[in-house]
Design a protein around this ligand. Structure first.
Ligand SMILES: Nc1ncnc2c1ncn2[C@@H]1O[C@H](COP(=O)(O)OP(=O)(O)OP(=O)(O)O)[C@@H](O)[C@H]1O
Ligand SMILES: [Mg+2]
Length: 387
């Protein structure tokens, strides 16, 4: 399998989601968008690109796709705007409309085509609403904007501004004059995604949060058939293993790769070796994070523990939180003489945790644990008790 890896497709699931997003019930908040959340490395992006996007297109929608993680150095706000510009650029009629609207039609013939798409953006001559209205009116299609790893949008001011601009665009396009705009966001952390929809001043207030379904038994059957190993794999045995490994297809793939080059494997020992290889890989991944957590300084560790235990109620500097840090330190066997808990100390710990990619900070100073597995490890090691 040296060529492009083969994929297992889920067209039925894709069609179901597409239909739900495109059909808007009276009084439903779904027109404001939908959030699909699933843990890391479980196949969200693959599904969105390979199955969901085509399903929307088959249903007659025009899809604009922005991946906020593809290039970590580009501002998430700019990624959204660039994706919209790219969609505009594919429709000559839209560019013409925008040119006319901005007065360029008075310029020489052909001048319209010189309309510079850089003029489209947040706080530019042509707002995202105007641009998307032109796209909607020209194509007469419902526009579906898919934002992968959407939580990154709230880590920068430009990202936040882009979300507000989208809210305005959505309200305008979903009015009876145009053909509709739906926004589908994906992300790997429910707490982070929740920040995009939980407060009234957020762009997607009240949008439904959907647990994105993991790959299922049908995927395992497909995998066992395609594995091309020198011994057969039984789906009944692999399924519980896949669940145990957190529904991450890569772990199965890597285990298969490892055994493919092991020439001492036969039908007798193959299945067992495969199982232990998958378990080994899963525990190696956890071990890296566990090591990072256990090598934190006492104050960093207690800040992480309190944040994980309190989730969206976590307020870093409140008196009650400070009391929790102290309690956590005592339960870890530290005394206050050893570790002083004060605001600058907590601030420093937060910065260090961010640098170590254990926590994540939204533009307004709201924090979340970077990955669910971090919380899982803390919980498994008894570090959340009593907090
Ligand atoms: N349907 C599928 N069939 C085969 N392999 C898959 C499928 N979906 C995902 N994978 C494999 O699993 C891995 C993770 O997939 P993907 O990047 O889509 O997950 P993700 O949830 O978006 O991850 P991240 O949290 O890093 O964004 C990839 O190596 C991909 O090839
Ligand atoms: Mg992804």
């Amino acid at each position: 399998m040296a060529h492009a890896p083969e994929l297992f497709h889920r067209p039925t699931l894709a069609e179901k989601i597409a239909k739900q997003v495109l059909t808007v019930a009276v009084g439903s908040a779904a027109s404001s968008g939908v959030f699909l959340a699933a843990p890391r490395r479980t196949g969200k992006s693959t599904f969105v690109r390979e199955d969901l996007r085509p399903a929307f297109e088959r249903a007659g929608a025009l899809v604009v796709y922005a991946d906020l993680w593809a290039n970590p150095t580009t501002d998430p706000g700019a990624v959204v705007v660039t994706a919209i510009r790219a969609a505009l650029a594919t429709k000559a009629g839209v560019v013409m409309r925008l040119a006319k609207a901005s007065g360029l039609s008075k310029v020489a013939i052909g001048g319209a085509m010189n309309f510079d798409l850089d003029r489209v953006g947040v706080g530019k001559d042509v707002s995202l609403t105007e641009a998307l209205v032109a796209l909607s009116d020209e194509t007469r299609q419902v526009i579906v904007l898919i934002i992968d790893e959407a939580q990154h949008a709230i880590t920068t001011d430009a990202g936040v501004a882009a979300l507000f601009a989208l809210k305005a665009a959505r309200d305008e396009l979903n009015s009876s004059h145009h053909h509709g705009l739906r926004v589908v966001c994906t992300g790997s952390n429910r707490d982070k995604l929740a920040m995009l929809r939980n407060s009234k001043d957020q762009a997607f207030y009240g949008s439904p949060m959907v647990n994105f379904p993991m790959l299922g038994k049908d995927f395992i059957e497909w995998f066992c058939q395609k594995a091309e190993l020198s011994f057969p794999l039984s789906p009944e045995k692999i399924w519980p293993l896949f669940v145990e490994a957190g529904y991450r297809p890569e772990l199965l793939g890597s285990a298969a790769d490892a055994l493919r080059f092991n020439f001492e494997v036969g039908a007798d020992n193959g299945p067992d070796l495969f199982e232990s290889e998958v378990r080994q890989l899963a525990s190696e991944i956890n071990q890296v994070q566990r090591k990072a957590i256990h090598s934190l300084t006492p104050i960093q560790q207690v800040v992480l523990r309190v944040m994980a235990a309190n989730r969206d109620n976590y307020a870093p500097f409140e008196a009650t939180t400070m009391a929790l840090y102290r309690r956590g330190l005592r339960s870890a066997g530290e005394t206050e003489d050893d570790v002083r808990i004060d605001v600058p100390g907590v601030q420093q710990a937060l910065l260090a945790l961010q640098e170590k990619k254990l926590i994540w900070r939204a533009a307004r100073g709201v924090y979340a644990i970077e990955e669910q597995t971090v919380t899982d490890i803390l919980s498994a090691d008894g570090l959340l008790n009593g907090l």
